[in-house]
Design a protein around this ligand. Sequence first.
Ligand code: RAM
Length: 341
Amino acid sequence: MNKKLVSALLCGAMVLGTASSALAAGTADGQKIALVGKSAGNAFFEIAAASYKEAVEAEGGSVEVVYPETATADAQIKVLDNLISQDFDAICIAANDVNALQAKMEEAMDEGIKVASFDSAPNPASRQVFVNQAGTVAVGQALMDAVLDIAGGEGQWAILSATSQAANQNAWIDAMKTIMESDEKYSKLELVEVAYGDDEPQKSTDQTAALLEKYPDLKVICAPTTVGIAAAAKYLQDNGSACKLTGLGLPSEMLEYTGADDAHSCPYFYLWDMQGLGKLSAYATIALVNEDITGALDETFTAGDLGDFTITEADDGGTEIVLGLPLQFNAENIEEMAKLY
Ligand code: RAM
């Protein structure tokens, strides 16, 4: 069925149904949106989804949050199959693979469903918009400089990633590698391994233990995943390891491990405004459904009280909407930030 028609009918029904009680029109009145995370049980997606839902509902729409059974493309394809057969106006997804979702995403678009993405981008042909929480190079630069600083300018370091196919982690890792090659100041750092904890706490812990065993002189682990960094932080701290940690984490999950002294495994780490990520992704999806934007370069839209955003060029040849800069969390601000997310 033609999704635009359905959406128009739904909008009409909503307006008729609420005309007497609520006269204020929301920009998402009657919109039905599905939000798909990378995997269940990850606080990162729960926090983003809560803000996303709140923003869409405040504008009169509804959101179904769906998680695949595992952090794989196959599991997301099953979810997409199911969603495409229903009457959603839009799907917003954090992709578990850059290319593997393309056929499904194209099928959704052919059905008239708007396709947005956030956090982890499927390739440009698979999406209309991508909300990037922070520029890919900006994240790579922040992490590379943290590794250099924490290692004291030299020595072995390793990456503890999520899944080997994760679009966002792989983009950050590529950015880190390019930055490391680009400046002499990183030349005394040796990246010994990229390990994968699959965004599962136990596997991430096991991978941390294996890295320490394989590389007894390891100075720093960089975990660009909230699940991986929390697992590694606990393992390193519980074992009094001399190896230090940085990466991308949720302040609430890193509170007891963050500090500049030997008692803490992580001197500092990064993330971004999580509530902002949910909200901006929500407004980008709404704008797409309303055809205020199509995802083309230089288009602009208003994301509620976050203000105006412009669609810019992404590193992968597509376009993106960047929320802001990566934020650093350290001994000074961790307590305050842990209250937020
Ligand atoms: C994990 C997920 C997510 C990533 C964060 C930093 O929660 O892999 O995609 O953005 O870490």
